[in-house]
Design a protein around this ligand. Structure first.
Ligand SMILES: [Zn+2]
Length: 404
């Protein structure tokens, strides 16, 4: 069984390499934006979608035209990858998996990808990596990256440069441990398993919210683009980074434990993206309960459900298990004891109380039990090929694990 895995390390570039990396990231952003603008103009003129091959020809023209000849200083493969990223963004949009691609803004982050392993030398013994037009770069060798190198992504985050190395290797197929379990994802509890175990809410944003608000207020008082303003802005970015790290850490721990102890995990097939869509509504149909909903949206995003599902998906498949999405219909209203379905069974958010037989339990646990039952029933109906939860992602992406 083949496993694709990404290993992320912090780079220790020289001043010149930092300047070059900024320029390369800028060139990739420029190419992405220019291609997007061209794609839009072409569409407005009634033209058909411009595919990657035709767009790559455009790139060659840009690299040779006098106005943008500086594009030649950047390595060509990462520029082409920027076009591939745009094409993928369009595909995700066409498949209703994502919003319409947006122009990339110049900011604190940026990245570019080297797709050709033949042009890269990865010297783990000496903690260095050779990349086209950058030369040898030193990095913090925090762990060994096993397998054959596939591609390399360089990224900037909060003033630090990172390199993410994707490798491919053959691993022994494993026999999954444990049985089937249902999961209910919620606000009061991050995840509740049908066996009764549960994970406390993540609330990583909440914990940092006060610090973030204070930092944002401080920045608003500074003169824009002054040194003090820049420092305040950097502080906000550091808090955001800490929030992200805390969330990642939590999700990885939870998804690892669950995937190691279960062969099949059933999960509600909620469209997380739809649920967290703007609650404000359109001008034609202004949203109801805007305040309450946007609070819920924030909580959903905070919980990182989508990322959790993605991690469960690839970790289970690494362990030989499966993640299976089941329809969430009636999972919160059905009595697991007598099967009576009614909204009245769920008078409060937290408690389930059957009006027919009197069965009572935690509402999230009841949800998890019903998800498991619905999953098992589906399997019994002969739908043996499990469709994996986050199948919207392409397989390579679903199997990438980032480990710093
Ligand atoms: Zn009942």
């Amino acid at each position: 069984m083949q496993r694709l895995q990404a290993f992320k390390y912090e780079l220790m570039p020289t001043g010149e390499q930092q300047r070059d990396m900024r320029r390369f990231a800028g060139a990739c952003r420029f190419v992405f934006n220019r291609a997007l603008a061209l794609q839009k103009a072409n569409h407005e003129a009634g033209g058909k979608f411009i595919g990657y091959v035709a767009m790559a020809k455009q790139l060659t023209t840009w690299r040779h035209s006098a106005a943008t000849v500086w594009l030649k200083d950047a390595p060509v493969h990462p520029l082409q990858q920027a076009l591939k990223d745009l094409e993928k963004a369009y595909k995700n949009f066409f498949a209703k998996r994502a919003d319409f691609p947006r122009f990339k803004r110049k900011g604190q982050s940026g990245n570019f990808r080297y797709p050709d392993p033949k042009q890269i030398k990865f010297d783990q013994a000496n903690g260095r990596i050779f990349l086209p037009k950058l030369g040898w770069l030193r990095y913090r060798h925090s762990r060994e990256a096993p397998g054959e190198l596939r591609n390399v992504t360089v990224s900037l985050s909060c003033g630090k440069w990172f390199v993410s190395i994707q490798t491919r290797r053959e691993v022994e197929p494993t026999i999954p441990q444990g049985g089937a379990v249902g999961i209910d994802l919620g606000i009061a509890r991050f995840a509740t398993l049908s066996d009764g175990t549960f994970y406390a809410p993540l609330n990583s944003l909440k914990r940092y919210e006060t610090a973030l608000r204070k930092a944002q207020r401080a920045m608003s008082r500074k003169t824009k683009f002054s040194n003090n303003w820049k420092m305040a802005k950097a502080r906000i970015q550091r808090i955001h980074a800490r929030i992200g790290n805390a969330r990642r850490d939590y999700l990885h721990k939870a998804s690892t434990t669950i995937s190691q102890n279960h062969a099949i995990v059933y999960i509600e097939d909620l469209q997380v993206r739809n649920m967290s869509k703007s609650a404000a509504g359109s001008t034609d149909a202004p949203g109801r309960n805007v305040r309450a909903k946007s609070h819920l949206n924030k909580a959903i995003l905070d919980q990182g459900w989508f990322e959790f599902r993605r991690q469960l998906d690839y970790k289970l498949s690494w362990n030989g298990g499966h993640l299976i999405a089941v329809s969430p219909r009636y999972t919160s209203r059905t009595c697991p004891e007598c099967g009576y379905v009614s909204a009245d069974n769920r008078r409060t958010q937290a408690r389930f109380a059957c009006v027919e037989c009197g069965y009572e339990n935690n509402a999230d646990l009841v949800g998890a039990i019903n998800v498991l039952r619905a999953g098992l029933a589906r399997l019994a109906c002969g739908e043996t090929s499990p469709d994996v939860g986050v199948s919207a992602q392409e397989p390579t992406e679903a199997t990438i694990q980032l480990s710093v």
